[in-house]
Each structure stands twice: as structure tokens, then as C-alpha cells.
Design a protein around this ligand. Sequence first.
Ligand code: ADE
Length: 244
Amino acid sequence: SQRIAIMGAMDQEIAILIDSMKSVKKVEKGGITFYKGKLKGQKVVLLKAGVGKVNAAYSTAILAENFEPEMLIFTGVAGGLHPEAMPGDIVIGEKLVQFDFGQVDSTGFTVWPFRKIGGGPHEDLFVEADAELIAKSTAAANLAELEPISGRQPRIFSGVISTGDVFVSSNEKAAFLYEEFDALATEMEGAAIAHICRTLGIPFVIIRSCSDNANNHARVNFNQFVGPASANSARIVLAILGEM
Ligand code: ADE
């Protein structure tokens, strides 16, 4: 029978999922702790990947080798880039792109689209998430009982998510990512997971809740909202599983 893999990067991102799991069996593989069990009646394997693209790619590979999941759902927080994507808002990743893979110019920003050595666009850097999982995630996000953050009911966005090995806290960099990649949010794992899932043929979706706006205030906002934003993203995962 199918096993659904659920991944987060940090403890906060998977906390309420671990607490909601039944018949949990802990298994260690390759230095990663996997939690096998039932969540909303579904057979799942849950793990914390760690932060950044290396941890994300490694964890996805170890997961695939040992558990052969039929699909992967990532849940966590991100920095909102869309001018209206405020802390608390949800971004479902339709396409994932590594923004720090390529060539850097004198401005310090990765040059796009002349990323391949010798020039030429690197379109395969955009990895598409699974259409069915995107649809299920969007439906679940609208159906889940999400907590208001800063007195606002979360809005649901879907589109491009950019990924890089840095916590973005710069107005200029945030604007660059939005303009250059059309990215609605930025985070540190999605495109790495997407890349490995594409290689291995595993359907996946990346669900993110904004903890900040990747701007000059991002660090303060992140600390304030990482808890409630993580919880809302996890609630969407519970809603997806409940509808399967
Ligand atoms: N995750 C949450 N906020 C982020 C940010 N501003 N940059 C990168 N990853 C994040």
C-alpha cells in the first residue's frame, strides 16, 4: 500500500504532525530520523530534513532509497515576495527554481538567464510540482481551519517558489527574486527536493506559509511568526491527508 512522505526542514515545521501521528515507529537511516505511522488514517513517513539545499537533497535521496514513497509533501515557512503575500499567507509551489545556481555579476546577484557556462538559458532549473497534488493542496488550504496571523485570515497563493542557500533579508534581493523569477516566496529547500523528485519520478508538492517578507525586517518577523506560520502549513497537510 502507498506511503506518503511528509517533510519539513525544522522542528517547528513538523511539530504538530509528530504530535498527531498514531502507531509511530522511529527509524534511523543515514543519520536522519524517520517517523513511520498513521496520520489522518494514511500511512506516512515523516522526517525533518534540516535547513538548506544540501540537507534537503540528501534527505530526499535517503528517504527514496529506504521508503520508496509514492509521493512527497513538503511543509514549512518561507519569505513572501509577492507585494501582497504577508506573513501568514500560504504559497503553494507550482514551480521551483534555484536562484543561486549559475553566474554572479558585479551586483552580487545571480545572472539570469545566462546561467549555463558559455551562455544560454537553463530552463530545466524550473521544476514543476505534481498537478494533482497542487490541486489537492489548494483545495485543502481553502478547507483547513487556518489561524489568523496579525489579525489577518491567510490568503492562498500558488506559483513560483525560489530556493537558495541563504536566508533572504534584503529589500533589494527580495525585489530581484520577484522580478527575475516571478517568485511569490523564497525559501531554502524546495527546488532541491523538486530536483531529486524529478530525477526519481516522485510526485511532490511544496507548501509554504509566509513567516516574513524576505525584506530588511525578515529576521524579526521570522522569529515572531515561524511558530504560527509553521502550524498553519502543517494544518494544510492534515487537511490533504483527511481528504485522500
Ligand atoms: N524561510 C522563511 N523566511 C525565509 C527567508 N526570508 N529567506 C529564506 N528562507 C526563509
